[in-house]
Write a protein that binds this ligand. Sequence first.
Ligand code: FAD
Length: 351
Amino acid sequence: MQELHDAPLAPLTTFRLGGPADRLRTATTDAEVVEAVREADADGVPLLVVGGGSNLVVADEGFRGTALRIATTGFALHGTHLETAAGENWSDVVARTVDAGLAGVECLAGIPGSAGATPIQNVGAYGQEVADTLTEVVAYDRRERETVTIPHADCGFGYRHSRFKADPGRFVVLRVRFRLEDAGGLSAPLAYAETARVLGVRQGERVAAATARETVLKLRAGKGMVLDPEDHDTWSAGSFFTNPVLTEADWAAFLARAAERLGPDVAPPAFPAEDGRVKTSAAWLIDRAGFTKGYGTGPARISAKHTLALTNRGAATTADLLALAREVRDGVRAAFGVTLVNEPVTVGCAL
Ligand SMILES: Cc1cc2nc3c(=O)[nH]c(=O)nc-3n(C[C@H](O)[C@H](O)[C@H](O)COP(=O)(O)OP(=O)(O)OC[C@H]3O[C@@H](n4cnc5c(N)ncnc54)[C@H](O)[C@@H]3O)c2cc1C
């Protein structure tokens, strides 16, 4: 297993931010992953599991413990059943399923990071989320000290949420299994209005899976949501804040605040959520609170392509990023009474 000491974490994150880890180990097999986790646990050393680093905000002070980079490989398709190793690049996994003529994850193309991290926040985009097709997660359970297979029903999936996120650090994902659909090369029914509109079909219709994937990649690239080392708008963690899900009472209070601020005809985005709650758009809130695309004058700014992405323009520190994130969160709260919650995982720091 490759091992480095006092190793910078910034190059392992898409923000390119964060100080060094005391120890950085890179595991290329499941056995190495389990060995490294067991050793850290036996020695009482804090452990940070790192996939593609695309949802991580690491403190400038770094991490006092062992960072374990998951670099395992393995991709197996049996009919419509897919098993992928945690270390596989997620967007490549999507491409391979589409090449095999299968449907179910084509709209998740371009999401950076590893396959093993996809269940953590139930990644989603353009009308799909992994919870739609994921069947099982094979993980090392640090509490029980054994490898377990967790069926979908026990994953606790919700909007950008799961049991793994609720109980951070307990499970280290080794493999993820999916059941895809053979629709003769067609995509799953398009659930997202923008994708359907761009493709000139109605929501709920199918198109070629490859066309759906390419369309999503184009839409994402236009918003700085596909990694490009040359483009600072992609030095981010994608969406920095999750879309708020409000109770009926909070929604009514928010509507009143919005009408007061923006006039009686204001119509904030509203999507029905669980238990009669309403999901609204974090991007809308940020924009209407005055933080528009490109906002900021320092080394950390809002992306010029997407209101929801906070970005490192090249010379930022984590402290700069957090200062901007706090300014946006506090500004939205002052304007609308809604508190935004960060989507990326913070390591050694907090908003
Ligand atoms: C440009 C851009 C666009 C994005 N677009 C989207 C999007 O459309 N939808 C979306 O949902 N997300 C999006 N994201 C966020 C991010 O890509 C996803 O959350 C992704 O799943 C993170 O994967 P990762 O391997 O990079 O995880 P990391 O950032 O390395 O880790 C994230 C968290 O998962 C944990 N973790 C990682 N691997 C494992 C494992 N094997 N076992 C246990 N825990 C693990 C880490 O410890 C950490 O807590 C975007 C990010 C960027 C930079």
